[in-house]
Design a protein around this ligand. Structure first.
Ligand code: SAM
Length: 302
């Protein structure tokens, strides 16, 4: 009998296995399985994309023609994993059905747990799918917003990318903003129409009645507690707009309590904001100037 060392036994067994093992080929995938695998792979890819990459993927002009997506990403990142409702006014696509709802699809992948609602003057219901739902209606009609909010929940994010006509933009803001909760973000796109008469804007950048004119009033309202205007009554937006971020053609408005308390010391009649320069103080209030008080003293003297 031949005795083999343990190492030789192991290698002999390995050799035997190698010659007898049958390699079973992986079963052929059906076309349906291949399609499903491709879809799974695409979903995996979409979930890891930045907002800009998603904009490019779906073909919305929020990146490319405009440069909005990095701003949105910065202001909305904290909501990425949250459950909430996002409303975008203006679904887009016009006559190109396949391109319709590009931005809604972008939001849907950026906010995987959100309900994505679109409002458009045209019927866009053919893009409703999964968390995306659209409504047909005019952005200046309060009823349509009451219906959407009752059925889909009050949105935490509103994007106005609708008609861009300043009168519409202002009316929509007036209807929707008071209905939003604290912490909500209200965005207005394409504010350049403020300066374009063909879109209902004005040549004069400081003209009243445009979208940007409304935004500038909101900016003044941030400091409403510091106004020295006698009997000034704060407006709703004075007390409920916490921040206004203006970018090229895009405005992002944060809702929240804007009553921090004034910086002026009203009890003593001394305002921290009053000018330390007597000449400037006199110009803004001649009655309080040192010269005026000297004149008064001289007149009073016997
Ligand atoms: C610029 S497109 C929206 C593009 C889309 N948000 C995107 O980024 O891919 C403007 C859309 O607003 C819609 N629209 C125009 N006037 C409107 C109005 N008064 N009310 C609601 N939607 C309106 C148009 O039908 C069009 O689909």
């Amino acid at each position: 009998m031949v005795s083999l060392s343990p190492r030789r036994v192991v290698s002999a067994v390995r050799r035997r296995r190698a010659t007898t093992e049958v390699v079973v080929p992986a079963p052929e995938q059906t076309p349906e399985q291949r399609r499903r695998e491709r879809r799974r792979e695409r979903r995996r890819r979409l979930r890891t994309m930045s907002l800009t990459e998603l904009a490019e993927e779906f073909g919305t002009d929020k990146w490319g023609v405009h440069h909005y997506t990095p701003h949105y990403e910065r202001h909305l990142e904290h909501l990425r994993r949250r459950e909430f409702t996002l409303l975008e006014i203006g679904v887009g696509g016009y006559t190109r059905r396949k391109r319709s709802g590009a931005s809604l699809k972008m939001w849907r992948w950026f906010f995987p747990r959100a309900r994505i609602v679109g409002l458009d003057i045209e019927d866009k219901s053919f893009i409703d799918q999964g968390p995306i739902v659209t409504y047909q209606g005019d952005q200046t009609d309060p009823e349509v917003f009451h219906r959407i909010f009752a059925e889909q929940g009050v949105p935490m994010v509103v994007v106005d990318d609708g008609s861009h006509v300043p009168a519409h933009v202002r009316a929509t803001f007036g209807i929707v903003f008071p209905l939003l909760p604290d912490g909500a973000i209200y965005c207005i796109e394409d504010t350049q129409t403020s300066y374009w008469p063909a879109w209902g804007g004005q040549l004069d950048p400081r003209a009243r009645g445009t979208s940007m004119d409304m935004v500038k009033d909101l900016v003044d309202g941030l400091n409403h507690e510091e106004l020295l205007v006698e009997g000034y009554e704060p407006t709703y937006t004075d007390t409920h707009v916490r921040a206004v971020h203006c970018y090229h053609n895009l405005v992002v408005i944060e809702k929240g309590d804007n009553r921090e308390g004034t910086n002026k010391d009203t009890s003593s009649g001394h305002f921290h904001g009053s000018s330390p320069d007597p000449a400037l103080a006199a110009a803004s209030n001649p009655a309080a100037s040192p010269e005026a008080s000297l004149e008064e003293t001289a007149e009073e003297a016997p």
